[in-house]
Design a protein around this ligand. Structure first.
Ligand code: SF4
Length: 625
């Protein structure tokens, strides 16, 4: 495990460079007693300010004729030892405070964190000076001062993470099982905090070495004749112009140590955070990266929306996660296409890929075209795509609370959705249109709701506002991604009716994504069933629901509860989806299919049939020619 961790750090070239610098410095410090260097404190006034490589001094001599190389190496040992010890003390005490405050909360939290706040109320360098002033100058007192001023940093960091862990469900479950606080702290909380403490330690130890050097520079740390890097810098500053080597050499050593520690610290942080290690916390580009090979095929000019051969993958590891594979479908105004499948089957990634909304990195569109009114969207510049988003192609998301702005009123958000695409709209027009949109989605008392904030509304109301926002610019296509999943059955039926009426009245093309076949049966004209990133069956809703051709569609139907239909409990589909980074060569459903034979796994299974009914199954193909 340590080897894997070290490899992960060294994969980051800058961290490897930092580790190399630190190894070199630490190695030099370790062998210093065996190098036979002159005594660092022996004064030789005849050799004052000797230059490097002069009079037998490799790095020259200081204002008292002392060997700079010897003082530098012994001083580096001291600076590293003091900085690391101060960091360890601060990490230990600060983490302990943070763990106790975060885990026990209440009055203990108040007491500890208010004490920490008092320490943080002073600029830390002033606080360190004040502590040394009280304790008296000296390296040990400088160490204590630096450790004390850094305790709040660890305490606050660790408390924040402890709070989250202490309130997690698994801790609550462990409590209910009878585990005591000490056991929870030692075996559940602390093991989860190691990475936070190590990252905080690795990113602050360099700063602590600087602070110790700063105190010594001011004459409050190491006292003559003892040398550390800060005191060497302080002694050399008087001759900075005439004999710069006396101050530049210790300054360079401080620079090398702090840079090495910081670069390595960043590498440790990245290696311990799997999201950073895989690049998923990088800032996403505003449009999904498109890396198609060859000339894209011409798009269909007959359909409003024509998706052809779309493939999207996530490049987070050696093997890409192939989320969407060769997906094709088309949609016209007033039509409703439902995309159904289990969670992870690629429905949402397909929908988001249409307007390039899948986060890149790590997502990459590797093939296919999305034709909108005859234009290939993947070939259009970003400005065109941005203009189409929300104006011609609108989205309704599953959780409206997380998509609505919590600090803006409903009216302000509706107005923003419209004015973004048409800045000439005046306030009275925006208000009139917003009220009309709320009426369209059957919200009673729209004037009052316009003034409300999202948190004051029910889930059903918020979802209606999401629909109203999607309709704000009279789009041609609406993509509704599980819009009714979070709603109860009654509100679900109301929202479905609103969507159905709107697409019929306004002629909007609707892509309705759901895992629930009962829901899609109420609204869709056609159904595309997705499995492991591919469409496995596509056809008119009635045909797919009443005569399912693919074993997966049949299994999905059997797993859906049918109220009042009798026939016992729904039958779950055994097994799970194949890993998107390790997809089988043949049929992806073979491992769960009751009809699977060797031929199913031999090679890729193609989508076959007519334009109105397509199925990806060798058995169906054999039976239907
Ligand atoms: S191809 Fe074979 S394994 Fe795949 S769904 Fe058809 S019968 Fe089942």
């Amino acid at each position: 495990m340590m080897v894997r961790f070290a490899k992960r750090i060294l994969r980051n070239r800058l961290a490897g460079f930092g580790a190399g610098l630190l190894l070199m410095v630490t190695g030099l410090c370790l062998v210093t007693p065996f190098l036979g260097l002159p005594d660092p404190n022996v004064i030789s006034t005849a050799d004052r300010f000797s230059l490097p490589f002069e009079d037998g001094f490799v790095l020259g001599a200081d204002h008292l004729g002392r060997d700079i190389l010897s003082r530098l190496l012994w001083g580096t040992r001291l600076s590293l030892a003091v900085g690391l010890t101060a960091a360890l003390i601060a990490a230990l005490i600060g983490s302990l405070i943070g763990i106790l405050a975060g885990f026990f909360g209440g009055k203990l939290d108040d007491l500890l964190m208010r004490s920490v706040d008092v320490l943080m109320a002073f600029p830390y360098i002033l606080l360190a000076l004040a502590i040394v002033a009280v304790l008296g100058p000296g390296l040990m007192n400088a160490l204590i001062a630096v450790a004390i001023v850094n305790i709040p940093f660890f305490a606050r960091n660790v408390r924040g993470v402890t709070l989250v862990i202490a309130r997690s469900d698994y801790i609550a479950a462990a409590r209910l099982s009878g585990r005591g606080s000490i056991s929870l702290l030692l075996f559940e909380v602390v093991p989860n905090l190691w990475s936070v403490i190590i990252v905080a330690f690795s990113t602050t130890v360099g700063w602590m070495i600087l602070e110790t050097a700063g105190l010594s520079f001011l004459g409050l740390g190491s006292q003559p004749p003892q040398s550390d890097l800060g005191s060497m810098l302080g002694e050399g500053r008087a001759a900075l112009i005439t004999n710069p080597h006396t101050s530049v050499i210790p300054g360079l050593m401080i620079f090398v140590i702090v840079m090495g520690i910081n670069l390595l610290g960043d590498g440790v942080r990245d290696a311990l955070d799997p999201r950073l290690a895989k690049g998923t916390l990088q800032r996403s580009s505003p449009v999904t990266q498109v890396l198609r090979t060859g000339q894209p095929a011409p798009v269909d000019t007959q359909s409003t929306l024509d998706v052809a051969g779309l493939s999207t993958e996530f490049r987070v590891d050696k093997n890409p996660l192939r989320a969407v594979r060769d997906v094709s479908f088309s949609l016209n105004g007033g039509e409703c296409l439902a995309i159904v499948g289990e969670s992870g089957s690629g429905k949402s990634v397909t929908a988001l890929s249409i307007t390039g909304l899948v986060a890149s990195p790590p997502a990459v569109i590797t093939s296919g075209t999305v034709g909108f009114r005859g234009r290939d969207l993947f070939s259009e510049p970003f400005d065109v795509l941005r203009d189409l988003r929300g104006r011609r192609i609108a989205y309704i998301f599953q959780d409206p609370l997380s998509t609505l702005h919590p600090l803006l009123t409903v009216g302000a958000q509706l107005a923003e959705a419209m004015v973004t695409h048409d800045p000439r709209l005046t306030k009275p027009v925006l208000r009139r249109r917003a009220i009309s949109l709320l009426e369209d989605v059957r919200i009673a008392n729209p004037e009052h709701i316009m003034m409300s904030y999202p948190h004051a509304l029910s889930g059903g109301m918020r979802q209606r506002i999401g629909i109203a926002m999607a309709l704000a610019n009279d789009p041609d296509i609406i993509i509704a991604d599980e819009p009714t999943t979070a709603l109860d059955v009654t509100v679900q039926a109301q929202v479905l009716r609103i969507l159905d009426d709107l697409r019929r009245q306004k002629g909007v093309g609707l892509i309705f994504i759901s895992h629930d076949l009962n829901v899609v049966s109420q609204i869709s004209d056609r159904i595309a069933v997705m499995y492991a990133g591919q469409i496995v069956e596509c056809g008119p809703s009635r045909d797919v629901l009443e005569q399912p051709a693919h074993p997966y569609t049949r299994a999905l139907l059997a797993s859906s509860p049918q109220i009042g239909a009798g026939g016992g409990l729904p039958k779950p589909i055994d097994g799970g989806l194949p890993r998107p980074d390790d997809l089988p060569a043949g049929c992806a459903f073979a491992a769960r299919c009751e009809m699977a034979t060797d031929i199913c796994s031999a090679s890729a299974v193609e989508l076959r049939g007519s334009a109105s009914r397509e199925v990806r199954c060798v058995k169906w193909e054999a039976a239907n020619g």
